[in-house]
Design a protein around this ligand. Structure first.
Ligand code: IPD
Ligand code: CA
Ligand code: CA
Length: 265
């Protein structure tokens, strides 16, 4: 599997930040934690990881714009290219010593995501995708799962907490899927949910209330793994609506329909 120079830059940045996160994860009890908002903890580890990524990407592509969860938007001379970065997706897991968290880096070019990297340092799992060149788990090609019926599928979602997203609506959606699937999971990292759906571990994924950095790299991974990804209205407007639904062509359609049915209840 040949990676482009650009993807190599992204992988190196993600792995360097991942090594730092691994060290911090080992000392998670000693981290100084501050509260950013309801239920949204930000640790010194997030910031340290974003700094590493920012600097690595800056050296390789000094003119690109940068959007990071921690530092916000940093303008660059090259307006066509924008990095979209979540240095630590799965913060709550991280702070609780649960090894399900990831670095997520995407490159958006002229409004389209063209490359994505998701790296879980605790499991040493690397997921990559480039537009038109496929998606890979470590060095193996990824494909979304092939199941055709909701009842055979395992689905993953995010459960809103402390006033985030729409809890009532989420409960109806979960109840709908509880009664029509083989099971529902909640991992605590949207980036990993998308990567694992692209890898065929989950049959489908949906969530409301996400930010672009939670999903940018994962969106490309789903598409490059042969899957479908839209918002809950079947439009390609995930960043605008903050909502997402993914799976293979048939599951994606059935999942959207099930979520609509839940909304009507
Ligand atoms: C969160 C995770 C989680 C999702 C939340 C996100 P963070 O990101 O992706 O799975 O349910 O909506 O905010 O805060 O851990 O970077
Ligand atoms: Ca996130
Ligand atoms: Ca984060």
């Amino acid at each position: 599997m040949a990676r482009s120079a650009l993807l190599n830059v992204m992988v190196n940045a993600a792995m360097k930040a991942g090594r730092q996160l691994s060290r911090d994860f080992g000392e998670v009890q000693n981290l100084q934690v501050s509260v950013k908002g309801p239920g949204d903890f930000v640790s010194s580890a997030d910031k340290a990881a974003e700094k590493i990524i920012f600097e690595e990407l800056k050296i390789a592509r000094p003119d690109f714009c940068f959007l990071g969860e921690e530092g916000g938007f940093v303008n660059g001379k090259d307006k066509q290219n924008r990095w979209i970065v979540d240095p630590l997706d799965g913060t709550t897991n991280f702070l609780h010593g649960i090894p399900i968290f990831a670095v997520s880096i995407a490159l958006e070019r002229e409004g389209q995501i063209v490359a994505g990297v998701i790296y879980n340092p605790a499991m040493d799992e690397l997921f990559t995708a480039e537009r038109g060149s496929g998606a890979f788990f470590n060095d193996r090609r990824m494909r979304v799962a092939g199941r055709r019926n909701l009842i055979d599928g395992v689905f993953v979602t995010g459960i809103p907490h402390l006033g985030r997203a729409e809890p009532g609506r989420a409960i109806k959606q979960i109840s709908q899927l509880m009664n029509s699937s083989a099971g529902i999971r909640r991992s605590g990292s949207a980036a990993i949910d998308l990567a694992w759906t692209a890898a065929g571990r989950y049959d489908g994924y949906w969530e409301m209330g996400l930010k672009p950095w939670d999903m940018a790299a994962g969106i490309l991974m789903i598409r490059e793994a042969g899957g479908y990804v839209t918002d809950l209205e079947n439009r390609y407007k995930m960043f605008e609506t903050s909502n997402i639904c993914a799976g293979n062509e048939i599951i994606h359609k059935k999942l959207l329909a099930a979520l609509k049915e839940a909304d009507a209840k």
